[in-house]
Design a binder for this molecule. Sequence first.
Ligand code: CTP
Length: 240
Amino acid sequence: MNPITNSTIKRKTKKYRICNGASPLRILITAGPTREPIDPVRFITNHSTGTMGYAIAESASRSGHRVTLITGPSPSLKRPHRTKIISVVTAKEMFGAVKKNSKLSNCVVMSAAVADYKPKKYFSRKLKRTKEIRNIGLEKNPDILSWLGENKQDKILVGFCMETEKLLKNAKRKMHTKRTDLMVANRINKACPPFGTNRTSVVILGPDKTELRIKHATKKYIAGILLDKIEDLWYKKLQN
Ligand code: CTP
């Protein structure tokens, strides 16, 4: 496997663009965090800002693809160019929107950071911190990407994997169990925090065990490279 760094990667000429004959993708992208309400004041969430997913949507729509973006709360981001936006809050709402909109898509990119658990029930009054809040109880949210993998048909599926340790081992496992074609592995560390910054480092795992390392690049740049990979897979499917 050749580790490729930014200095060696040049974005390929867009030989597969729709202006050259290939049909556009109907691409569904999820982005941002989900929020799981506990009571009128509190919720469970994570640090995702949605920047990566929005960058992928922007890159895809500027390349001529038909893009739908299902987004969790990401108030600071600009709407991507010519993109259908569906706003959701909870993992359940995101799952419903994915089920509805993935039917007609030929590629789904799950870059959202879905909260894995939600409170067992929503309390309509504010819980008191002394005892009540400690006893809310949690239940599992649906694993949306696994559902997509089980109902894959001929879709291209792209997953993301964020880890503090054993990055590649976990990313390969998730790629296999969630049946994705591509997996973007993102290490979380102090030197390159993945949340709220414009730059990050990733390894893109592809079919045939390919590993493409991109170090400290802008999310816009990584989105462009990922889109190249998606288009390569799409073009191969069209030829078969
Ligand atoms: N994912 C999802 N639904 C969930 C959790 C995750 O669709 N309930 C998707 C994410 O959007 C991502 C991929 O699964 O594309 C991997 O997410 P990650 O948080 O890295 O892994 P988990 O499956 O949640 O496993 P763990 O938290 O144990 O690492």
